[in-house]
Unconditional design. Structure first.
Length: 516
């Protein structure tokens, strides 16, 4: 089974930019046998290790929240990790001539499940709402850089403050999800628990911390999709428990990042869909307190031993030697991690303490609770960092809601974190000063300049080189460290079809079907 590189830096963008980004070379990911023509009916149970905290479109772009949001609302546009293209969704097209003024065309005749129109006014209402400071929407940094006006019921004109040829990616995540304005007004603060959209499914029940049940939307625009009658999103924190549930027939689609489960599944004749993503399994570093000091961050980089982590937690897998794998279009030799150097790290910590007159540096390592793999890795990192005098690490496991709050507020020193998905514009979101997911406080003029160039240029080579410049600077300043390159495996029995990675650990549920 081959893995297709999916870091789509060299976007094929001409003078008139449409919905599509050109794919880089490689072979498509395998997802098992086709199973023939899709059939209607049945229930599909999906499981991952954590759950969404809300299904409010203003906060959907946070991690696992994308999953139920795509099910309930659909998305204006979709990013296809298989082809590297931006595809139509609830919108038919999103076009520009100059990267500054864009035209969004909606599908005609769409309605929310409460019978009200899904039109340009509804989109404008939702985007206006994102800007409400009381909602603390992570999407506000995207919405705040554009202006929009309703042209007619199916058309909006969007004007970006700056030229941005990557704006279409924003409509796959941050600005993707449109809810019924009528329902938002009626339900108020409770809307995130009782959402109303126009997507392929409707939320019917939610047992917090356990599972969410969604039923087929019979009025969904893309009939006969969705194929299944019911979608269940089940939270099972431990990988081995999820895999046992899959084998027992209690789960139909399992998301996992530990490759041994995919290997076992293949041996058992199951389907496995694999996607290589941006970044990796690792930690994001805060740039506040002691970690605002470049020397302290460099010390942590010198103390982190990727190979030891891989040997202990992911035996048989290769450690990441740098930010990007060699088969990535973003690869550059300058993005290699520093070699382990305990003595050099000790000197840096001693210099910082002498310069600042401080005592021991105390760091919190925040992770999601209930995962043996994450716990084991955290303990290894703790031991690695504490090999020097004057550096202490406290491991802090948090349940889903508390973890999400720590992430979005920046209340951490080190936190378990990926970068979102396969699209390289996630680098802009996470590391650009003021980026929609920049909660670490990272700010670097060189990175900002490079990432700004990825937005303002329509030349693929210029964009690719700018991404490489940003990545090299992120490594040089130790903004983010991971020990294995990101890959998601979606595992399903042989009778489940239509599963493709759509966003990190998620798939397009309306495309999936069960062979009866």
């Amino acid at each position: 089974m081959k893995i297709r590189p999916r870091l789509m830096a060299a976007a094929g963008l001409g003078t008139a930019v449409t919905l599509f980004l050109s794919a880089c070379g490689g072979e498509p990911a395998s997802s098992g046998a086709s199973g023939g023509d899709p059939v209607r009916g049945g229930t599909l149970v999906y499981s991952y290790n954590t759950e969404a905290q809300s299904v409010d479109p203003a906060t959907c772009a946070i991690g696992i929240g994308v999953a139920p949001c795509q099910a309930v609302y659909g998305a204006l546009l979709y990013y296809d990790t298989e082809t590297g293209e931006i595809q139509p969704g609830m919108a038919e097209s999103f076009t520009t001539e100059d990267g500054k003024v864009w035209t969004l065309k909606l599908r005609p005749g769409l309605t929310f499940t409460d019978g009200t129109p899904f039109d340009a006014a509804a989109v404008a209402f939702n985007w206006d709402r994102i800007l409400d400071p009381a909602l603390l929407s992570p999407s506000a940094s995207v919405a705040g850089n554009i202006a929009w006006e309703v042209v007619d019921p199916a058309t909006l004109r969007i004007t970006s403050d700056e030229v941005n040829y990557r704006l279409d990616f924003g409509l796959t995540e941050a600005l993707a999800y449109i809810a019924s304005p009528t329902a938002i007004r009626e339900k108020g603060a409770d809307f995130g628990n009782n959402p109303v959209g126009a997507g392929p499914f409707t939320l019917t029940s939610w047992a917090r911390g356990t599972e969410m049940t969604l039923d087929r939307n019979p009025t969904y625009w893309d009939q006969p999709r969705p194929y299944v009658d019911r979608l269940v999103i089940r939270t099972i924190p431990a990988d081995d428990q999820r895999f046992n549930a899959l084998q027992a027939g209690e789960v139909d689609v399992m998301a996992v990042t530990v490759h041994k489960y995919a290997d076992r599944a293949e041996s058992a004749g199951m389907n496995v869909t694999r996607a290589a993503l941006l970044g990796g399994t690792g930690v994001r570093l805060s740039h506040r307190g002691a970690l605002a000091d470049p020397g302290v961050r460099t010390a942590i980089a010198k103390l982190t031993d990727n190979q030891q982590i891989m040997n202990a937690v992911y035996p048989g897998e290769s450690a990441a030697s740098g930010f990007t794998p060699e088969d990535s279009p973003l690869y550059d030799p300058g993005s290699a991690w520093p070699e382990p150097d305990v003595e050099g790290a000790q000197r840096l910590i001693d210099e910082y303490r002498a310069r600042t007159g401080s005592g021991d540096i105390e760091l919190t390592y925040v992770l999601t609770a209930g995962s043996p793999v994450l716990n084991q890795t955290a303990e290894l990192i703790q031991a690695q960092l504490q090999r020097v005098d004057g550096l202490r690490v406290r491991i802090t496991p948090l349940e889903g809601g508390a973890f999400a709050a720590a992430m979005t507020s920046g209340d951490y020193d080190l936190i378990v974190s990926g970068l979102g998905g396969a699209h390289p514009d996630n680098l802009y979101k996470v590391f650009r000063t003021g980026g929609s997911s920049n909660n670490s406080g990272y700010s670097n003029p060189k990175v900002d300049e490079a990432l700004d160039l990825t937005h303002t240029s329509s030349d693929p080579e210029t964009v690719a080189n700018a991404y490489k410049t940003a990545v090299n600077e992120l490594v040089a300043t130790n903004a983010y460290r991971f020990w294995r390159h990101a890959r998601t495996d979606l595992i399903s029995p042989a009778n489940v079809h239509g599963i493709e990675v759509a966003y990190q650990y998620w798939f397009r549920p309306e495309l999936a079907w069960v062979q009866q």
